[in-house]
Design a binder for this molecule. Structure first.
Ligand code: IPM
Ligand code: MN
Length: 352
């Protein structure tokens, strides 16, 4: 019997509450599908930082490399200056473990929860492949004459051929395997950002020749946001850089029903990946048992898919769909008609 090693980082705010529900569903799925796993929990996050001044201890990365996968709740604390925990924990993990893909499915499970009029589950059903290791997130740049009227702040988008190629290749492979229309859209800004997007476009066109079964398309990022609202049904798989991917997936989360349901995976196909609900730590709801755990439960499903437990992953998705369609009044915190723990129980109960 398989026995997976899972590192759990519940994190801040409502992170621990939603992670608990994810683990509850994971336990049920393991039992149904005949695999085992062990978890080790780590307390990285704002509370630990405030106590010790440490974000990620030096030994953490080496230790995390020994796991099969990582399950993350949320990082973010109201008493910590913005940037410290994001850079020191979340981005550090993504970079150090070279999780170069951020995979974000955008799936609407019930039309009642789409803010866009007349859009149905078959219309909002696509996946964003976000580059997760380069671009503006590299943190390259400088100040000149800081604090003077002549100040200049430079922020560089750093794109390497290797980094772009591996991301695009993953996206082509993903589309070939999972795409419902076998269509991959490159989302960029070739008309203005003429260095970075020239590299992306050239590499995309080159790879397209290796994947004749995948239809290709291009959309500027600004137009992409327009089409997410107007014609989301046009999209199947979208590949884009780190910054654009960050922005368009928040909009994606909204058209699929909100942060309560949006999950993502930070993936290193050759290494250790990390799965998380894409929303934040929602401090104001902490400890109230009202936050929606479905995003974390969906993240647990993606984690199982990555481990090779596809059947269990599909069971979880089907169960989430059933609960969303037949039970929940709303997907927002406090409005679901059920508590956090009750929603977790409902998903367990309808696992088939
Ligand atoms: C996300 C988040 C992070 C990002 C922040 C918290 C650093 O917004 O996962 O989308 O910008 O990638
Ligand atoms: Mn984001």
């Amino acid at each position: 019997m398989k026995n997976y090693k899972i590192a759990v980082i519940p994190g801040d705010g409502t992170g621990p509450e939603v992670v608990n529900e994810g683990l509850k569903v994971l336990a049920a799925a393991a039992q149904k599908n005949g695999f085992k796993y062990e978890t080790v929990s780590y307390d990285f996050g704002g509370a630990r930082y405030l106590k010790t001044g440490e974000t990620l201890p030096d030994t953490a990365i080496a230790e995390l490399r020994k796991f099969d996968t990582i399950f993350l709740g949320a990082i973010g604390h109201p008493d910590v200056k913005p940037g410290i925990l994001e850079q020191g924990i979340l981005l550090k993990l993504r970079f150090a473990l070279d999780q170069y893909i951020n995979l974000r499915p955008v799936k609407l499970y019930d039309d009642r929860f789409c803010p866009v009029k007349n859009k149905k589950p078959e219309d909002v059903n696509f996946t964003v492949v976000r580059e997760n290791s380069e671009g503006l997130y590299k943190g390259m740049g400088e100040f000149k004459d800081k604090g003077t009227p002549n100040e200049v702040a430079i922020q560089i988008s750093h794109n390497t051929y290797k980094g772009v190629e591996r991301c695009l290749r993953y996206a082509f492979e993903y589309t070939r395997k999972n795409g419902k229309q076998k269509k991959l859209t490159l989302c960029g800004k070739t008309n203005v950002l003429t260095f970075a997007w020239d590299l992306w476009q050239r590499t995309f066109d080159k790879l397209a020749k290796e994947y004749p079964d995948v239809k290709t398309d291009y959309a500027h990022v600004d137009a992409t946001t327009m089409w997410f609202v107007k014609n989301p049904e046009w999209f199947d798989v979208i590949v884009t850089d780190n910054m654009f991917g960050d922005i368009i997936t928040d909009l994606g989360a909204m058209i699929q029903g909100g942060m309560g349901i949006a999950a993502g995976g930070n993936i290193n196909p050759q290494g250790v990946s990390m799965f998380e609900p894409i929303g934040g730590s929602a401090p104001k709801y902490t400890g109230k048992n009202v936050i929606n755990p479905l995003a974390a439960i969906c993240a647990a499903g993606m984690l199982l898919e990555q481990l090779g437990e596809g059947k269990a992953a599909r069971q979880i998705e089907e169960s989430v769909k059933t609960v969303v369609r037949t039970k929940l009044k709303d997907l927002a915190a406090g409005k679901m008609g059920y508590s956090t723990t009750e929603v977790g129980d409902l998903v367990v109960k309808s696992l088939k």
